[in-house]
Design a protein around this ligand. Sequence first.
Ligand code: FKS
Ligand code: ZN
Length: 348
Amino acid sequence: MLTFHSESTKLRRAKTELNEGLLMAPFECPERVDLVLERIRASGLGPVQAPTRFGLEPVLAVHDRDYVEFLAGCWEEWKAIGMAGEAIPNIWPSRSMPGTRIPEHIEGRLGYYAQTGETSICANTFEAAEVSKDIALSALGHTLESGEPSFGLCRPPGHHASSNQFGGYCFFNNAAIAADQALKHGHSRVAVLDIDFHHGNGTQEIFYARDDVIVVSLHGDPLHCFPYYLGHADETGSGRGEGYNVNYPMPPGTDYARWSAALDEGLARIRQAGAELLVVSLGVDTFEHDPISSFKLRSDDYPDVGRRLATLGLPTVFLLEGGYAVEEIGINVVNVLSGFDAARAGSV
Ligand code: FKS
Ligand code: ZN
């Protein structure tokens, strides 16, 4: 399988994450990329290629222009008024009063465009997010041209980013951008399958009222797990999108037997919807030793995940989302990808 990677994803080096009431070193760190890359090289998964540039047009197809402009300028504005640390949101608009106006001060705009408070904006955050979506679009381009699967080693991740808010380490929704572009390149229905531990709330929001992208997500129950608020089973889409959003919330402690049964159901829904291309939001924070999650998947389970995904027989683009148990992140990602490749080779 061909991997798309750029050293420029590491340009974002945030110093802080607000977690458990402490400002700590972020779990979503540049070293994750090196660990996955090392394992790709050691395992002989396939070649690694640099992405090409796609500009902002595909981003603006799923994100609001004012949100993108905020992200582009945030760090410079924050620094220009002499703020001491990284840009961390600390104020949000009222939920009960309509008619929120967008403030001019960067502190007010930061809260307006933030969904969560753990993720800081620092130098080169926008640049890294741009490269991350270029990786996703390059992977999509390769799969569209060749029919072969590809892996985008995206960082920062994307699935929490909504049309107009960042959060959960995400700025541009790489999977949504890729799925939307796949439609513009001739496909009439695309599936996004999100197997990260956390609900893909941004992806859900972007496609909620649409029937051209079916979004299926397996995740920790939002009653107990980040990102809370969204990801319940009765969130099934709206308007013509009704039936095209499918959530499988599962309790903390879920093991592979239960998780893989939900996966099979999700795959059946994707088949029924007649999807022509699959984008996988590939998080491996479902791993039993992940430091911020609570499922119990083992490294040996991941090849079987890849095998099951291959049963769809669809052109497939894998995009990295989360996964933090640093040592094993590379092993678990490559296990999914090589399980997928092995199943495809076996079926030819
Ligand atoms: C739990 C705190 C949770 C934030 C978790 C963010 C998860 C991000 C992710 C992504 F794929 F986007 F990277 N803190 N007490 O893994 O979903
Ligand atoms: Zn996650």
